[in-house]
Every structure is written in C-alpha cells, then in structure tokens.
Design a protein around this ligand. Sequence first.
Ligand code: PGA
Length: 252
Amino acid sequence: MRRKIVAGNWKMNGSKDLVSNLVGQVRSELASFDNGVEAVIIPPALFVGDVVEQAGEKLAVGVQNVACWGSGAYTGEVSAAMAKDCGCGFTLVGHSERRQLFGETDEQVAAKVGQALASGLVAVICVGETLEERSAGKAEDVVSLQVRKAVADVGSESWQQVVIAYEPVWAIGTGKTATADDAQAMHAAIRDVLKSLGAPADEISLLYGGSVKADNAAALFAQPDIDGGLIGGASLDANDFVSICRAVPGKS
Ligand code: PGA
C-alpha cells in the first residue's frame, strides 16, 4: 500500500492569524473521516512552530526548502535537521519556483535530498516541464532526467522517505491543470524511471501538483499512479484543502 498524501504548500503566504484560523479547522475536519490520507501543511518556515503546536496527530508539517549543508556559516539558510528538530516530517525539495526564481540546480536538489533523508525527513522532490518543453515533445525526457539526478545518491535504505511530486510548470498557479490522462501518463513514466534505477517503485508515492482544486482533485486522484497531491493556492482555504483531502479514494 502506497502512502496517500495531500500536502498544502503555502509558499510565501500566511500569517499567525491564518495559522490559528486554518489549522484548527483542518485538524477537526480531518478527524471526521478516515480515507487513509496523510495531510501535510507546509507553511513558511517561521510559522512551523505555531503549526506544529496546533496540528495534532492527524496533521503533519513540513518546510518548503532546506539547505544543501548540515550546519555552519550559511546566513539565512535552514537545515533539514532543524526542521526535524522543530517537528517537521516533510520537506519540499526542488520546487519549480526554487529552480526558476532562485537558480536551484539539479546538483543542489540532490544535495538537499541527501540532507533531508539523513535528517529523517520525507523529501517531496518536485519535478516538471515547462510549456516550451512540453510543446517540443520533451516533457518526459526532461522529467525523467530531473528524477534521475535528484535521486542519484539515494541509498536502498532510504527509498521509503522519497516522494516525487510531478508539477508541470505551466500548471502551477495558472488555473490550468494537466488532464487526468496526461498526468497519469507522466506518473507511470516516473514510476518506470524509478524501477529502472532499482528503487521499490511500486511503494513510492507520486503526487500531482499544479492548480489542483476541490473540483478536479477526485479525477486526478482516481488515476492508478497518482497517490495524492501537492496543493498551492487551494491549501490556503481550510474548506478547499479538506475537500481535496477527502477526494483521495480510500476505505470510506
Ligand atoms: P498551485 O501550486 O496549486 O497554486 O498551482 C502548486 C504548487 O506550486 O505546489
């Protein structure tokens, strides 16, 4: 059984007020159903402590980024070990905004994955093609290479801490979503890449991200290789986020 995960990436949004209003509501609504979903809130790092305090057992917490290094003179950075120490179970790595706006390279992504795994976090590795790459018929090649490079140093004992989020860049924050069929095709391709690397691919959760909303989540999550979602904008609204969590097909 693969883990079913719905993670809400707040990006650089939110406030202590949002934490107080949203986390308690999400927490109590999650307690009212049991479809096996693992819900994760990924706020800006400054709010992690507040979210952890209010999250309770059914709600996990993550950070949006970690440093390539363990500790030292890296002003402004936050390490994976610090995130773990503060109660996080997850970190995003290589979100397309990190890659595009901050020049994060595949090598840095791989180093961050290494830090996350060594610190006991689940690394949610984000991959995805641009519109130009998709139009040129290169989407699968681009994504396969991103996956290969990101997991190049993952040891056999750490695969259970790896999650891949496929997020086509053109779908992030645009209201355009990949069709369920296109998303499924890419997820199957990612699983094949993982298989070819000797990973236990059938046990690794693959999430879809990019304009997932309450009204399109069920069709995406019904696909055989889509094990949940990485949610941006819609995770800032408790009702929307909970509806998306409910859309994971499950026991009830
Ligand atoms: P979006 O963002 O749901 O707002 O498109 C997804 C993401 O960037 O993780």
